[in-house]
Design a protein around this ligand. Structure first.
Ligand code: FAD
Length: 413
């Protein structure tokens, strides 16, 4: 009898894994169970071109629906896996049915962190994770509307850029003292804050939202310092939580993510996990990580597919991520934790520069702002653990490619 590989979740990691299983020659049964109504789709455009109305729904799908039937991949959409029985190797579905598997991939992703404060159940308060979230927001996305965004992270700032461009009156409220403070240096935050303020977005820091006011629908946002901001619409972007409960209940080890090894395998034989839901070791970076990025979802899914086919494809990638705000593309490569020196190369005023994070002169990470070359080279430089002379790195008269080539030569010698 042919083997069955079940995939829980139908997001980017799941879609990639199913595709990779077939590419690797797996001829058994593949069944993907997803609680949304759509075939696997890309989320990044949800806070960018799709929200702006510049992208058709169909273009979000990573593959057209017929791809799955063409490759004999069974989709059970609008269906939630309620429990995993590892002793009988079966999944309990929320429609009462049971699904047997031989091997399992958990690609359950993450969900938005919600605010639980007075007024949080008022109409007009939105989160942004799914296509349906965007469709609900778009109904109120009208010029002149007053939008309050809670959180100055990537999602909040991307939405702010789209909204202000549509003539919406945008206020961003952030508890911390600067934008994207979890991921970028103060100098990079300052650049983005200026970018948004020049576009007309009101960004306020040190504002802890403590309640939403209104009757039926939200009309104001109340902060802990007593300030009140009028609102017709609110979008909350305060981070995500990995979906680990299903795995945890089945005895799969979880620790701020489903814990997997470099082959995407969990502690339970026959069960792998990939994407936003995992915590995994990254030997290149020498750390254990939980990442929220498309690159991670796709690459880890390829590794998981190899493992499920009985092959070995260690997951060892330099993490990278991007964000689009107005005409600015931010590309981040590497992990900047523990940096002791920041070198800026290029000119923030020209909207094109790169921030290099060094530790004892070793390159840890780069934030490339409209600087694709620095980003691309960074993918090679970071795993090679190259070192730079900060003064040379900051000097725009020295060609970056030459600096990079020399740094790589020294690291290899
Ligand atoms: P998901 O895409 O979350 O898919 C998991 C799926 O599993 C979901 O559909 C979920 O509902 C389903 N599921 C969970 N539990 C069950 C269950 N028990 N039964 C059935 N189904 C279940 N990344 C970037 O690199 N660059 C960007 O610019 C960027 N922009 C983003 C913008 C937005 C608005 C969002 C929301 C994310 C963005 N990301 C970006 C992050 C990126 O989209 C995620 O890292 C990626 O989608 C993770 O893929 P995944 O398959 O692990 O999880």
């Amino acid at each position: 009898m042919s083997e069955t590989i079940a995939i829980v979740g139908a997001g980017q990691a799941a879609g990639q894994a199913a595709q990779s299983l077939r590419q690797r020659g797996f001829t058994g049964h593949i069944v993907m169970v997803g609680d949304e109504t759509f075939v696997p789709y890309q989320r990044p455009p949800l806070s960018k071109k799709f929200l702006a109305g510049e992208m058709e729904l169909e273009r979000l799908f990573v593959k057209p629906a017929h791809f799955y039937s063409d490759h004999d991949i069974q989709l059970l959409l609008a269906t939630r896996v309620a429990a995993i029985q590892t002793d009988t190797r079966s999944l309990q579905l929320d429609n009462g049915k049971t699904l047997a598997y031989d091997k399992l991939l958990l690609a359950t992703g993450s969900r938005v962190r919600k605010l639980s404060i007075p007024g949080s159940d008022l109409a007009g308060i939105h989160y942004l994770r799914n296509i349906s979230d965007v469709q609900a927001i778009q109904q109120k996305f009208r010029a002149g509307a007053r939008l309050v965004i809670v959180g100055a992270g990537y999602i909040g700032l991307e939405v702010a850029a789209v909204a202000v461009t549509h003539g919406i009156d945008v206020t961003v409220l952030e508890t911390e003292t600067r934008a994207m403070n979890r991921v970028v240096a103060p100098e990079v935050s300052a650049f983005f804050q200026t970018l948004h303020r020049e576009a007309g977005v009101k960004i306020q820091f040190g504002r802890m939202v403590k309640a939403f006011g209104g009757t039926g629908s939200v009309t104001q946002v109340i902060c802990a310092d007593g300030s009140v901001v009028p609102a017709d619409l609110c979008i909350v972007g305060i981070g995500i939580i990995p979906n680990t409960e299903l795995a945890d209940a089945a005895g799969v080890t979880c620790d701020n993510g489903i814990v997997v090894d470099e082959f995407a395998a969990t502690n339970v034989p026959g069960i792998c996990a990939a994407g936003d839901c995992t915590r995994h070791p990254n030997k290149l970076m020498g750390v254990s990580l939980r990442l929220e990025s498309v690159h991670n979802a796709l690459e880890q899914a390829k590794t998981a597919a190899a493992t499920l086919c009985g092959e070995k494809l260690p997951y060892a990638q330099v993490p990278w991520f991007w964000s689009d705000q107005y005409d600015v593309k931010l590309q981040i490569v590497g992990i900047n934790t523990g940096y002791d020196e920041l070198v800026i190369r290029g000119s923030p005023a020209d909207r094109s520069f790169a921030a290099f994070y060094l530790k004892n002169r070793q390159l840890l990470a780069i934030d490339a702002i409209n600087s694709a070359r620095e980003f691309m080279l960074g993918k090679k430089l970071i795993p090679a653990k190259v070192r730079f002379n900060p003064a040379e790195l900051a000097d725009p008269s020295i060609d970056f490619k030459s600096l990079a080539t020399e740094a790589l030569r020294i690291s290899e010698s």
